[in-house]
Write a protein that binds this ligand. Structure first.
Ligand SMILES: [Zn+2]
Ligand SMILES: [Zn+2]
Length: 272
């Protein structure tokens, strides 16, 4: 199993940096975790469309913006005879009740605006148009996928809308991707226990203002990695203007074996 980093920043692309996307390859199977803006330019098409499954962690646009581009590419390559089967795209169910700290169902416009936004994005993907060769499938924390030798499971995160962490296990390696998550109430310590790699969001640096607990500070990602006893922590979901090294420096005060994700880099996890 290996992971190629296609996009590592949010909420916008800059220079060679794209919004989140990670291509996990195991033998001939490929799993694309998130498809943020710019991700398609780091894919190799049409080859990467073959045996591809896409899993979107949640319906914030930084995590699915490039589905528009990839969908149209799938349509073109299908018409050219390269793509016999529709690409399965797993997306979370819209959630009427998931609200983050500071937002509750009876707090008025804040909560209802967030819930409505999730539904609008969900409905947008359900009506994705004809010029694509996708099959959209919804999933939740009870979904378990078996794709050749890979077992894929999910854990729900505290975030503004329905959001999941993803765990991919092959015969002897475990890879966990956090998606977006708050710190309090997330289940990553249990979900990523003893994982070989935890690819974890680290949106903020100590000292930056976080208005609500919807994302992690780098030191919080490191605390999760330490408590979960993972082998290596890989940080991602950076602000485009901030140096990656700054996030790693903060995390290393708590968890030494920390590195950062960078567009084009490939991480091998052994196995096939
Ligand atoms: Zn998000
Ligand atoms: Zn995000």
């Amino acid at each position: 199993m290996e992971v190629k980093f296609l996009g590592t920043v949010s909420p916008y692309c800059k220079d060679e940096k794209n919004c989140p996307g990670y291509l996990v390859t195991n033998g001939k199977e490929k799993i694309l975790l998130d498809c943020g803006n710019g991700v398609t330019r780091n894919l190799k098409l049409p080859d990467d469309l073959e045996n591809l499954t896409i899993i979107i962690s949640h319906l914030h646009k930084d995590h699915y913006g490039d589905l528009l581009t990839l969908g149209y590419a799938s349509y073109v390559f299908h018409n050219l005879g390269y793509l016999p089967n529709r690409i399965k795209v797993y997306i979370p169910e819209p959630d009427m009740y998931t609200v983050s700290e500071g937002y509750t169902d009876d707090e008025g416009w804040g909560a209802s605006r967030l819930v409505k936004k999730a539904l609008i994005d969900y409905e947008f993907l359900q009506k994705f148009g004809e010029e694509q060769y996708f099959e959209f499938i919804t999933y939740d924390e009870n979904t378990e996928l078996e794709i050749e030798e890979l077992n894929i499971t999910f854990a729900k995160n505290p975030h503004q809308i329905n959001t999941y962490s993803t765990k991919i296990v092959d015969k002897n390696k475990t890879f966990v991707y956090s998606g977006d998550t708050g710190y309090n109430g997330n289940s990553l310590v249990r979900f990523a226990e003893d994982a070989d790699i935890l690819l974890c969001e680290a949106t903020f640096l100590k000292g930056q203002t976080r208005t609500t607990d919807n994302h992690l500070y780098a030191y919080e990602a490191a605390t999760i990695a330490k408590d979960a006893n993972v082998r290596q922590l890989v940080l991602t979901h950076f602000f485009p203007e901030i140096e990656r090294e700054d996030y790693v420096k903060e995390a290393k005060t708590i968890f030494e074996n920390t590195t950062y994700a960078e567009e084009g880099k490939v991480l091998k996890l052994g196995g096939i």
